[in-house]
Design a protein around this ligand. Structure first.
Ligand code: C5P
Length: 231
């Protein structure tokens, strides 16, 4: 079974555009991420259509609510057969445990990961929230909490990946957005890393959107990245 490292963020505003784009991709080469925009537009039906085309889906809705509500939402997500679903680690221990229990009792193999700190945040944004410990320490604390609560891993910047890999061991899944091949715009991301560097730093899965989805020739950019990752 192929285990693609690359997860393409299908950040489109309707199902038609997303499906046309997915038609140009090979499920043996990449997984797909459906986030808030596309899910709000197209819902569970699109997840089902993409899954029927052979893609593993990461449902990136970053649930963050009271434990009961999050658990219920996670249960529904597992019922959609998604490969991965996420919650915010900032929801705290009870919420994380409720989410984990929801996956366990569903009997599904859906991976549950927690967002630590968004890759769009910089040091100033962190300080504005009163987080005085900086990224590495804050992300490590949230990752430890997620592991203690039985989650499969976290979403973090690849900049934090090597410290997390060292602290959390091999079995803990690190999913890293904020991926930019050199020479590409950082867009609204702050803590960015190239695909090869992210892999070298210990990321298991790389999430990449606009450098591919907004490219003049998405297939070419994708193949270039896949080639670099294989090398
Ligand atoms: O286009 P770009 O490569 O910046 O897309 C990154 C994707 O990863 C977006 O869909 C964004 O919502 C998501 N994401 C992120 N940072 C996180 C969690 C998810 O950028 N911490």
């Amino acid at each position: 079974m192929p285990d693609p490292t690359l997860i393409i963020a299908l950040d489109f505003h309707d199902a038609r555009t997303a499906l046309d784009f997915a038609d140009r991709l090979n499920p043996d080469e990449c997984r797909l991420k459906v986030g808030m925009e596309l899910y709000t537009a197209a819902g569970p039906e699109l997840i089902d259509t993409l899954a029927r085309r052979g893609f593993d889906i990461f449902l990136d809705l970053k649930f963050h609510d009271i434990p009961n509500t999050v658990a219920a939402a996670v249960r529904v997500a597992t019922g959609l057969g998604v490969w991965m679903v996420n919650v915010h680690a900032l929801g705290g221990r009870r919420m994380l445990e409720a989410a984990r229990d929801a996956v366990e009792t569903s009997g599904s193999r859906t991976k549950l990961v927690a967002v630590t700190l968004l890759t769009s945040m910089n040091a100033e944004a962190l300080a504005q929230l009163g987080w005085v410990n900086g990224f590495n320490e804050s992300v490590l604390m949230l990752a430890r909490l997620s592991a203690e609560c039985g989650l499969d891993g976290v979403v973090c910047s690849a900049l934090e990946a090597s410290a997390l890999r060292q602290a959390m061991g091999q079995g803990f899944c690190l999913v890293t957005p904020g991926i930019r091949p050199s020479g590409y715009s950082s867009d609204d991301q702050s803590r960015i890393v190239t695909p090869m560097e992210a892999k070298r730093l210990g990321a298991d899965y790389l999430v990449i959107g606009r450098p591919i989805t907004r490219a003049d020739n998405p297939g070419q950019v994708l193949q270039k990245i896949l080639g670099e990752l294989k090398a």
